[in-house]
Design a binder for this molecule. Structure first.
Ligand SMILES: *Cc1c(COP(=O)(O)O)cnc(C)c1O
Length: 440
């Protein structure tokens, strides 16, 4: 904190003085950023609906809804009121031996809207923790039945499941983290990312399923679960794939007694066009993880939901068969109150119809893009991605968008938008217009 210590003689300062606008002496350590070279972040002083207001007076339309969570826009009056009311009643109470109505109502509601017999909700405080819970749950499900060797997880290339060690172990293994943390991050089994897109040909799907069949055929004695982001792999490369792949995976997992985990942290709450990607694919997983939009961007929270079969493997007279996990803030009352109101609004306002209209607009505006820089443009639900051949083609896009009043955060070879569902057509056209102008 030397920058604030006026009484320290100048010569005692570190000889390296970064330029004033650098983040290299920042008290905040920013995510995924080289702090020495990071551009100064934009300062948001207020936000309303899909609009971010900056301290310099500028207003930006948010094209990525704060990492895909703020589906109703910022400061939604009804959700803010639900949070305020809960804060007055009880902001938080631990779930160890206590419970409160908001957690009970949310769990009830989630089991109603979740497909099949996903009837048992384990709360966590972030998506990564929700994934950790799912992995531990799958492994202990078999441990409790004496199947001690089933401790490995199968996962996909291009997957992203979070930043904690267990979650990292099932992220794309080429993404560097595996090498950096070799020996710390457990080694898992990987399959190629499903090819062919959402409308993949049957032959392409069958090829991919053949690899899953071979893996499970050879190693199902060691594999507890197969984890996927259903239909849409998000942060690992925006790969969209066929419902038929998930239907085939469901069958193969059943044949080989392997649990199927859907990480719906990104896809949940309408992002792929149905409430859950599981609905759009018509597949019921054994465990489903929700996060991000669950709490509409008001706070971190997650729900890991298990079927009766998974849950029942923990019922026993043996205390050691209990699920040994319990984040301090699991079932946080304010988060639960927000999630309940968010889901009610989603249902009452017929968001799925709005998302279908957003999908149509994104397709109409972006499928026509033609540029030698572009590798492929993909749209599914309220998600559009323009993948370029070379990441250099996106250098400067973020500032270009901000100059036009739009907040986008392209990364690697992907320019994308995952807007909230409350944007007007005009606001959506401002976002697609930025992409059209950039590639024109
Ligand atoms: C963001 C994300 C996570 C991690 O969630 P955090 O709340 O950031 O820990 C896990 N899985 C998927 C699919 C995600 O998109």
């Amino acid at each position: 904190m030397h920058v604030f210590c006026d009484n320290v003689p100048a010569m005692m300062h570190h000889p390296f003085h970064p330029p004033a606008e650098s983040a290299a002496n920042s008290a905040i350590w920013y995510p995924y950023a080289q702090m020495k070279t990071m551009a100064p972040p934009l300062r948001v002083v207020s936000a309303q609906g899909p609009i971010l207001r900056l301290d310099d007076g500028r207003e930006l339309i948010d094209g990525i809804s704060s990492w895909w969570s703020v589906i109703h826009g910022y400061n939604h009056p009804e959700i803010t009121a639900a949070a305020a009311k809960q804060l007055e009643q009880v902001p938080h109470v631990m779930l160890g031996g206590l419970v409160h109505p908001a957690a009970e109502r949310l769990a009830e509601k989630l089991t109603q809207v979740a497909p099949g017999d996903l009837n048992h909700v384990f709360f966590g405080d972030s998506g990564s923790v929700g994934v950790e819970i799912a992995l531990k749950m799958a492994i202990q499900h078999f441990q409790n039945q004496g199947r001690k060797a089933k401790k490995k997880i199968a996962a996909l290339h291009k997957a992203y499941h979070g930043d904690t060690c267990g979650a990292m172990s099932v992220c794309d293994p080429a993404e560097g983290m595996h090498k950096l943390f070799a020996g710390i991050v457990p080694e898992q089994f990987f399959l190629p990312a499903p090819a062919g897109g959402f409308d993949a040909e049957r032959a392409t799907v069958d090829q991919d399923l053949k690899k899953l069949r071979t893996l499970l055929g050879e190693h199902s004695d060691q594999i507890a679960a197969f984890i996927v982001e259903p239909l849409m792999q998000a942060a690992g490369g925006f790969n969209f794939y066929s419902p038929a792949y998930l239907q085939g995976a469901r069958q193969l997992c059943d044949e080989h007694d392997v649990l199927l985990i859907f990480d719906e942290v990104a896809t949940g709450f309408g992002r792929t066009g149905a409430l859950f990607a599981a609905d759009r694919a018509q597949v019921v997983p054994d465990i489903m993880v929700l996060g991000k939009a669950l709490t509409a961007g008001y706070s971190g929270h997650s729900a890991t939901i298990a079927t009766d079969r998974v849950f029942e493997a923990f019922l026993s007279d043996d205390p050691a068969h209990a699920f040994m996990h319990g984040p301090t803030f699991m079932g946080n009352a304010t988060a639960c109150a927000v999630a309940i109101r968010s889901l009610e609004i989603f249902q009452q306002q017929h968001y799925l119809a709005r998302i279908a209209a957003i999908e149509a607009l994104l397709k109409r505006e972006l499928f026509g893009l033609s540029s030698p820089l572009i590798r492929e443009t993909r749209v599914l639900g309220a998600t559009a991605v323009v993948e370029v051949h070379d990441r250099g083609a996106l250098k400067g896009l973020q500032a270009f968008a901000a100059d036009r009043g739009v907040w986008l955060r392209p990364f690697e070879r992907y320019a994308y938008t995952m807007p909230g569902y409350v944007l007007t057509d005009e606001q959506l056209l401002a976002i697609t217009g930025v992409l059209r102008d950039w590639f024109a």
